[in-house]
Design a protein around this ligand. Structure first.
Ligand code: 6CM
Length: 258
């Protein structure tokens, strides 16, 4: 009796510090690794079509339809100065600041805290005329890639946020809203550039962060291809520019968080 009580208390007092003991963990771990390797593949293979370019930011897509719905995979690369990979990834992941940069949202609910680094989100997005309103239910996991991992290459550090559609009994897909199916990753690597001399400290002027953003979104129900492609073409560049500038401004006078 006492053992059971202690065990329960232990589970309550020390919930998953990492997501490793959660039933979703095998999927979270597998998809995050897959997305990291997908993000690191070159875009110069000929299958990617450049559709937006501004400064260092380049956005590519592949036209793809499934059952008549546009699911165009998107891959964007960008480079910014003045903020670290961890700062970029943290602000992309954290629900606390989402409304400060995300403009397509009406409502965000954190349905579950799977662990310190993994949340389950329900997001209600703005309606895009003339289609039905969409929502998205997904887990969102943030992690640093160990320095020893070959995926780090010559970077100072590497961080990833991976978002993947999921399910939860509190928000069944009951048809009241059209639910999108998404797989999204946001990968950032800090480079110390220009390098600092031995014994000198790194300032924000030495931070060069490379960003890769990949997304595949199935709209989940009828939506005219031309409307979707027009919205994506406008909204994705807007998102990446706005988001990166937001983090640069927000962190400018703070100590660097690696
Ligand atoms: O990745 C982005 N945002 C993350 C945090 O919100 C998260 C979001 C995924 C949503 C994926 C798109 C769902 C499509 C719903 C309809 C779009 C409405 C546009 C309304 C325009 C007024 O991963 C950035 C997502 C940037 C989307 C363009």
């Amino acid at each position: 009796e006492e053992f059971r009580e202690r065990l329960r208390l232990k589970q309550l007092a020390a919930p998953h510090k990492t997501a490793m003991t959660h039933p979703l963990w095998p999927e979270i771990d597998r998809v995050t690794r897959e997305q990291l390797s997908y993000a690191q593949q070159d875009v110069d293979g000929g299958i990617w079509q450049l559709f937006a370019e501004e400064g260092e930011m380049k956005m590519y897509r592949r036209e793809l339809e499934e059952d008549g719905l546009v699911v165009d995979p998107l891959k964007a690369v960008h480079q910014i100065r003045g903020a670290s990979a961890h700062e970029m990834a943290h602000h992309f992941w954290s629900p606390d600041v989402r409304f400060e940069w995300e403009t397509t949202l009406e409502q965000v609910t954190v349905l579950d805290r799977i662990s310190e680094d993994t949340l389950l989100f329900l997001q209600l997005h703005k309606r895009v005329w003339p289609t039905a309103q969409r929502d998205a239910l997904f887990w969102s996991h943030i992690r640093e890639i160990p320095k020893s991992d070959p995926a780090n290459c010559d970077a100072h550090d590497t961080w990833i946020v991976c978002n993947k559609s999921s399910e939860h009994p509190d928000a069944p897909n009951d048809g009241k809203c059209v639910r999108v199916d998404l797989t999204i990753c946001f990968v950032c690597q800090t480079f110390i550039d220009p390098p600092v001399a031995e014994g000198e400290s790194v300032s924000r002027d030495n931070l060069l962060t490379k960003i890769t953003y990949c997304s595949v979104v199935n709209p989940g129900g009828w939506a005219p291809a031309s409307v979707l492609r027009t919205v994506y073409k406008r909204e994705y560049p807007k998102f990446l520019k706005r988001f990166t500038q937001y983090v640069i401004d927000k962190t400018a006078d703070q100590p660097i968080a690696f």
